[in-house]
Design a protein around this ligand. Structure first.
Ligand SMILES: NC(=O)c1ccc[n+]([C@@H]2O[C@H](COP(=O)([O-])OP(=O)(O)OC[C@H]3O[C@@H](n4cnc5c(N)ncnc54)[C@H](OP(=O)(O)O)[C@@H]3O)[C@@H](O)[C@H]2O)c1
Length: 425
């Protein structure tokens, strides 16, 4: 029987899980014969929301990894170095592991899964991707009969909140102002780099691509671009053209290779992903038998994340003995297509000198690179410059790079060209 649980880390998620044990055990007992029992908590300090009087507490989280009375160690400390050591110690001592730590799985998953497999133990990480959305289970179990062709998701709540606020009708807010608001509301960290530079989303997409497309965890090959460069002007032009800007993670099969990319994306307003606003997350999956499916919910927070952690704990309690972990999927290496090799439509915004003939010259440069125009807005400015905004048809990114280089070399184009990829699902 594997149902004795030790929690390491009593922060946002750890306290949420602790309180789920306190409030929902009767509900949980209706769903499994092996009801999990919380036997130890490892935390450096008490948490004001948690009454620890009825559970053993240690100030050294490694005590939990060594405790013979713990069957399942739940790692909720975050970070990668100590968390990796803790998980290895737990596995060495015969414990299953549940974690919410996407960075740990994305960067060290291969090593940890190998050790777990050798030991006949499980590592579960549902909470690491999109918080309360059971997306790992959906892909591994609900869609197990499918070949998955692509996954596209809004998987960072902070970025989605910022873009949603900037897109509110009439907002005209700059990125930096909305970031400050997100920090005040607790939706963004004091150091927001991981979220707004796309690193957090890239960690999650690394894991999603591995379980969905059956490719190795390869964070280092991911193309990653954040939202810091998005301006109020881009948001306004997107709306004018019938789009909204979303920060998407996209993993897609492309022949024998795969595309792994995280970047701001123009999504047509009538598409489902365009309706996902605020801190909410959503993941769309394109597969051969089920077609398109979409999963929506809270991507973070104590309750939603603890819900996913508890689901993993229950899975281990139910299966009792050795549970395969990453081995659910036969991992085959696949080349990652460089970003220059993808095909996409593009939004281009050019600041140009305000004089006759400029549009003809811009069109001619686009034509030289076989870039055709699907939509165009040309705006005069009260200053001496004007804006040209273009949505192109689909073209290879390498051709677009050459086209942009030629545009930027032209004396009529005043500043670096803004380029945002356009996607439809
Ligand atoms: N928050 C979310 O909504 C969310 C959603 C999905 C996934 N996750 C993941 O869940 C994990 C936990 O996130 P969180 O938001 O709960 O973080 P958090 O609020 O910062 O909590 C982490 C806790 O771990 C403790 N801790 C860190 N190192 C420790 C050590 N060496 N020994 C003992 N305690 C230690 C910290 O203690 P101190 O207070 O003493 O520093 C803190 O209480 C992370 O991997 C995160 O990526 C979080």
């Amino acid at each position: 029987m594997s149902n004795r649980v030790g929690i390491c880390g009593l922060g946002t998620v750890g306290s949420g899980l602790f309180n789920l044990f306190a409030t929902n055990l009767a509900e949980i007992a209706r769903k499994t014969e092996q009801v999990p029992r919380l036997v130890q908590v490892g935390c450096r300090r008490d948490h004001p929301d948690c009454d620890l009087s009825s559970v053993a507490v240690t100030r050294d989280i490694f005590d939990v990894a060594r405790n013979p009375d713990v069957d399942i160690l739940v790692e909720l400390i975050g970070g990668t170095d100590t968390a990796r050591e803790l998980v290895l110690e737990a596995l060495a001592n015969g414990k299953h592991v549940v974690t919410a730590n996407k960075a740990l799985i994305a960067l060290h998953g291969d090593e940890l899964f190998r050790v777990a497999e050798q030991q006949g133990l499980a590592i579960r990480y549902e909470a690491a991707i999109a918080g309360g959305i059971p997306i790992v289970k959906a892909i591994r179990e609900g869609l197990a009969g499918n070949r998955i062709d692509w996954i596209a998701g809004i998987i960072n709540g902070t970025s989605n909140f910022i873009l949603s606020q900037m897109s509110e009708p009439g907002s005209n807010l700059a990125f930096a102002d909305v970031l400050r608001e997100a920090q005040d509301l607790g939706y963004a960290e004091a150091d927001p780099t991981f979220d707004v530079e796309g690193i957090d989303a890239a960690h999650k997409l690394t894991i999603l691509a591995s379980i969905g497309l059956g490719v190795p965890l390869q964070f280092e090959s991911m193309y990653t671009e954040g939202i810091a460069g998005i301006t109020a002007a881009d948001i306004r032009f997107a709306a004018e053209l019938g789009y909204t800007i979303k920060h998407l993670g996209i993993a897609r099969r492309s022949g024998d290779a795969v595309e792994l990319r995280v970047h701001p994306t123009f999504v047509a307003r009538d598409q489902m992903l365009a309706q996902v606003n605020g801190v909410m997350n959503a993941v769309m999956v394109g597969s051969d038998a089920a077609g398109q499916t979409m999963y929506y919910g809270a991507g973070a927070g104590a309750g939603p994340t603890a819900s996913a952690v508890m689901a993993d704990i229950l899975d281990i309690c139910r299966t009792d003995t050795s549970v395969p972990n990453a081995g659910y999927v036969d991992i085959r290496s696949a080349d990652v297509l460089p970003i220059s090799g993808i095909r996409s439509s593009y939004y281009l915004r050019l600041e140009v000198v305000d004089k006759p003939g400029v549009m003809a010259d811009v069109s001619s440069i686009l034509g030289n690179h076989e870039v055709s125009i699907e939509a165009l807005i040309q705006k005069d400015s009260r200053r001496s410059d004007a804006q040209i905004v273009i949505i192109t048809d689909e073209v290879r990114e390498s051709a677009m790079n050459e086209c942009i280089a030629e545009l930027e070399a032209s004396a009529e184009v005043l500043n670096p060209v803004t380029r945002i990829r356009v996607a439809s699902f």
